[in-house]
Write a new protein. Structure first.
Length: 394
């Protein structure tokens, strides 16, 4: 494995794309310009063609058929060298693993290679403007008409909606079902059909990436239905296990620009407090150590989860809490980094006097996207409380 690690490290050093002359997005949720999208798509395609993406996915669908440890090595080296992330995050991490897990042979043959190569970008159609985190209240309709379904309704916070070719879509096929869960169905829906309109949403940072998607008598083929009518809720819940990291099988690669506690330590060395480096303050050093310990603990959680003796009491605790721990850690880390800057924390990207060109301020605002998508932190805390700790709902 040492030889393979060296091979990967050398390839990344030699093939890393040059720094662009535009502001790079921090994740797929900020990709808002053609220049950003094309830069990241070209990078994903190059990584895939080199054999370093989808290494564990079956060869017959475009993957590498290799052990997970090989992809883990690639992922770790990518983070160490801080190379660009993979833009097709929803395809690589949610839609692809779902299709491989429960999709038909025809679906695997049709979709998997395009996900890996970034030829086919995917987006997610779960959230709706009026329903917030209440996914079961989805009101977008899908009515069968011969060999097609007719879609009407709206989805919101559709990351990469402007560039997506396909959407994993939850829609209501039976409004009269005995329960609101039973009336939902799941579609692998094309975006390039008449009646689909995508409207970009401007974020607080001034960036785009999110969109609202409108369906107005949009027709999709019947074979876009995944599973059977009425199975949408079950399939959506399985999708969320991939999105939240509770289930494995993701294709690999980075999904966002990495920020670490070590970066904040360096900030504390240069940020000044009362005329001295902030890191000389004992309270700040104590807080930095707390972040470093927490970060290392989270990093080792994956290995811990594979050792029964270390998690036998609550075996679901690590996978089911992963999203909550990771997203809230990033938000708190960025907030702390801003606090270290004192009055300079008010400076924004483009300000000549901003530390690291306003990296931490921008990262802090962008961090909220991940604490909301895939289930808010409040929802995640409820899941851990009820399903891991066994606490009552009320």
């Amino acid at each position: 494995m040492d030889e393979f690690r060296a091979e990967v490290a050398a390839w990344l050093r030699e093939n890393r794309p040059p720094e662009p002359d535009f502001l790079m997005p921090e994740s797929f949720m900020e990709v808002g310009t053609d220049a950003q999208f094309n830069y990241l798509r070209d990078w994903q395609r190059r990584v895939f063609e080199a054999g370093y993406l989808g290494m564990t996915w079956p060869k017959e669908y475009g993957g590498g058929g290799q052990p997970q440890v090989m992809q883990d090595i690639v992922n770790i080296e990518m983070a160490r060298q801080n190379v660009p992330f993979m833009p097709n995050t929803i395809g690589l991490n949610w839609a692809g693993p779902l299709i491989l897990a429960i999709g038909t042979e025809a679906e695997k043959q049709k979709y998997i290679r395009g996900i890996l190569s970034a030829e086919d970008i995917w987006c997610q159609g779960f959230s709706e403007p009026d329903n917030g985190s209440d996914l079961a209240a989805a009101s977008t309709r899908a009515v069968r008409d011969g060999d097609e379904y007719v879609l009407n309704g709206s989805k919101i916070w559709t990351s990469l909606g402007t560039y997506a070719k396909y959407m994993i879509l939850l829609a209501r096929t039976n409004p009269d079902a005995a329960s609101r869960y039973a009336g939902l169905s799941y579609f692998l829906a094309p975006m390039d059909v008449a009646g689909v309109e995508v409207q970009p949403i401007r974020k607080i940072t001034g960036e785009y990436g999110f969109t609202q998607t409108f369906f107005r008598d949009a027709r999709v083929p019947v074979d876009c239905l995944m599973g059977k009518e009425g199975e949408g809720w079950k399939i959506a819940m399985q999708t969320l296990t991939f999105e939240r990291g509770a289930s494995g099988g993701q294709a690999g690669g980075l999904s966002m620009v990495a920020v670490s506690a070590a970066d904040v330590v360096e900030l504390a060395r240069s940020a000044m407090r009362d005329g001295r480096p902030a890191i000389e303050d004992p309270l700040i050093r104590d807080q930095l150590i707390g972040f470093l310990v927490e970060e290392q603990g989270d990093r080792l959680c994956g290995a811990r989860a594979r050792i029964p003796a270390l998690c036998s009491e609550r075996p679901g605790a690590i996978p089911m809490s992963g999203k909550l721990r990771g997203t809230e850690f990033r938000r708190r880390l960025c907030q702390f980094a801003i606090s270290l800057q004192g009055a300079n924390g008010a400076r924004w990207v483009g300000d000549a006097h901003a530390y690291a060109d306003g990296l931490w301020q921008r990262s802090y605002f962008n961090a909220f996207s991940a604490t909301i998508g895939g289930g808010t932190s409040q929802v995640q805390a409820n899941i851990v409380g009820e399903r891991v700790l066994g606490l009552p709902k009320d």
